[in-house]
Ligand binder design. Structure first.
Ligand SMILES: [Zn+2]
Length: 439
């Protein structure tokens, strides 16, 4: 299935405001790689905590053990086609409430749950977590950039964040507080091409000469997004059973938010298992498609950490299929990617948003079950009416804000896109036995 536009995900976690990593893009956001689209985004608000304070929280005894080897992604039967024999996932009533996540940062946890910006903090020797502001609020009011200080004087960043005015200076100021500066940045690793992660990458590159690193599939997604033409969208809306008047609205909305900047081209394209070119740390690429086709997590083997990007987040469930040219159902890819993180269940997770935590096993499970509940709902609708259109199915799914609200929301396209993904997953068999992975 070819997901053409990266757009938002209608509400998934009650009480948490959805913005970029989940929504990503309000009509095509993942193309806006270098700019700061004002349009649909709510005004950013934060309490203005200085970025470069002394560490508020240091993790005692950072792990030093080497992580388990390459996780296996196998065990998935071939996809079937034909009818709709989907064996539903676990019953929602059996889903345990909450999970066993343990926040590892007071400042980040407080900011994620009550608002504001967390302090910059040291995570381990030579490694810092720096919140970068983005439009939004709550746990999605900032991106957690990782700052690694190499013993050779270089600096490596993961996900420098949104291209907000002043963000470049924020990083430079922070580095100067540590005796380095922007010019020392040699590597910028980007977990995926959404503006809250990649937005500032080109500006950092221009200011420092750093190399920007992306997964090969993510670069392909950026390139494919650039090839989308309005007719593609129109034909999809027609297939989905969207009434002409509503389709016109969605068309105008999507093409009215076209990117104003040229797509970014990475300097280094990586594959799963590659070691990243970073001095003084062993950073290993884990390809984790689902949120986007070329999303990566980064395993810090030297410190025993997992940088999870938007693949697994502590406060929200990531939207899926937010990129182009997946080559397979994004949900299938996502569930497989979630499962392959199991060797890292006991390590500290540094996510793209929210707060550092331990307890990946529980969070992976909750995240998978959330997706499988939506699968079950879709299967039930199709069981009653196998010919139901995407529009009809969407109208019968449970959205956190309700279908009536979604119909008039800027997130409608995303809702329909997600519905298409779930329908395809059900009809094609998806994972034959997801309950085997999440019993
Ligand atoms: Zn994000």
């Amino acid at each position: 299935m070819n997901r053409r536009r990266g757009v938002d995900t209608p509400g998934d976690t009650p009480g948490i405001r959805k913005t970029s990593c989940e929504l990503n893009g309000q009509g095509g956001g993942c193309r806006r790689v270098a700019g700061t689209p004002a349009g649909a985004w709510p005004a950013h608000q934060h309490t203005g905590t200085p970025a470069h304070r002394q560490p508020a929280h240091r993790v005692a005894g950072a792990q030093t053990h080497r992580l388990a080897g390459t996780p296996g992604g196998g065990g998935f039967p071939p996809r079937r086609s034909g009818a709709i024999p989907f064996r539903c996932g676990p019953d929602a009533r059996a889903v345990p409430k909450g999970n066993a996540m343990e926040p590892l940062s007071d400042s980040q946890y407080r900011a994620a749950t009550t608002g504001g910006m967390p302090d910059a903090e040291q995570v381990a020797d030579g490694l810092w977590s720096l919140a970068m502001p983005m439009p939004g609020g709550g746990s999605l009011g900032y991106t957690l950039a990782a700052v690694h200080l190499g013993p050779d004087g270089t600096v490596a960043l993961i996900d420098p964040g949104w291209a907000e005015p002043g963000s470049l200076e924020r990083i430079d100021d922070f580095l100067r507080g540590l005796g380095r500066q922007m010019a020392d940045v040699a590597t910028v690793v980007v977990t995926h091409a959404h503006p809250d992660h990649i937005g500032l990458a080109d500006a950092v590159r221009q200011a420092s000469g750093a190399r920007v690193v992306l997964h090969r599939r993510e670069q392909a997604s950026i390139d494919a997004e650039g090839a989308v033409v309005p007719e593609d969208l129109d034909s999809r809306l027609q297939e989905w059973g969207v009434a002409p008047e509503r389709a016109r609205l969605l068309h105008d909305r999507a093409h009215g938010s076209a990117p104003r900047h040229a797509p970014l081209h990475a300097d280094v394209l990586v594959e799963d298992g590659d070691e990243l070119p970073v001095a003084g740390a062993t950073w290993r690429v884990l390809h984790t498609p689902g949120h986007t086709p070329g999303h990566i997590c980064v395993v810090d083997e030297s410190r025993g950490l997992l940088f999870s990007g938007d693949h697994v987040l502590p406060t929200v469930y990531p939207g899926l299929g937010l990129g182009a040219d997946f080559g397979e159902n994004p949900l299938t890819a996502y569930l497989r990617s979630l499962h392959r993180l199991h060797p890292y269940d006991d390590v500290e997770v540094v996510p793209g948003h929210g707060y550092r935590f331990r307890g990946l096993a529980g969070r992976r499970r909750d995240t998978a079950l959330h997706a499988l509940r939506r699968v079950r709902e879709t299967a039930e609708v199709l069981h009653d009416d196998p010919t139901a259109s995407i529009w009809d199915i969407a109208s019968r799914l449970s959205w956190s804000g309700g279908w009536a609200q979604l119909q008039h929301s800027i997130m409608l396209f995303s809702g329909l896109n997600q519905t298409d993904m779930y329908r395809d997953f059900v009809v094609s068999g998806g994972l034959e036995s997801p309950e085997a992975l999440w019993p």
